[in-house]
Design a protein around this ligand. Sequence first.
Ligand code: IPE
Ligand code: IPE
Ligand code: MG
Length: 260
Amino acid sequence: MHSMISDKPALAAQQRPFGAPAHVGVIMDGNGRWAASRGLPRLEGHRRGLEALRGAVRAAIDFGLDYLTVYSFSMENWSRPMQEVADLMGLLKRFIRHDLSDLDKANVKIRVIGRRDDLQEDIRTLLVEAEEATSANTGLNLVVAFNYGARQEIAAAARALAEDVAAGRVKACDIDETLFAQRLDTAGIPDPDLIIRTSGEKRLSNFLMWQAAYSEFVFLPMHWPDFDRKAFAAALAEFGSRERRFGGVTPAVEAGKART
Ligand code: IPE
Ligand code: IPE
Ligand code: MG
């Protein structure tokens, strides 16, 4: 046995309070407005956003989450000014280069979803490095949605299945939700129980549209750089107060039914 691995903190799932979500998705929005309201350049907002991300990862570990998916760059974000796109790419590189060894020590397993082809070679290499270096870890699963778009992901899954059918590997009549989900970037990852969005906007902006079918949503008015452990805990508490039905009836009705 490799001692480095056994030394790492084990997943705190057992400590997860009953009713807490296993998978939280976060739409980290509002960096630009955070900066603008302070008379600072947008880049400063993104820098502070990276700090907030570091804090969110630490909190997710302490809260015992299994999965944290962070929306870092959407496929539509390419439409921003060239300099801002370059800044965001630079920050991702900084995050991986600077934080990879700490994340690895914290037993975090990194997985990146989104389209790699459009990214610069050095970023693609870093992403593969981050995934490979942490692939044996068994703690928090940190899913980084970078150059991610749900519609593009769904279209790509349809294309992959169409190719499988054309090649005779799959029968069209066998295509169902399970098979479809296996062709998504998130194959093998459970659906998010809770999706948090900061900045006051109340939309998905092309984030995990398939996977969010039964997610709970918490929209926070604060901007992402202000998102801290307290805000995270409050969002989890709000989640805990929700009643999820998945199309069924309330547990109370279910219990009543069982008695009759
Ligand atoms: C979120 O903050 C970061 C990314 C989308 C990459 P924004 O940059 O969208 O900040 P606002 O929404 O303009 O305030
Ligand atoms: C969503 O935020 C994308 C990320 C947080 C990475 P945007 O700021 O791009 O979303 P819109 O444009 O306000 O919908
Ligand atoms: Mg925004």
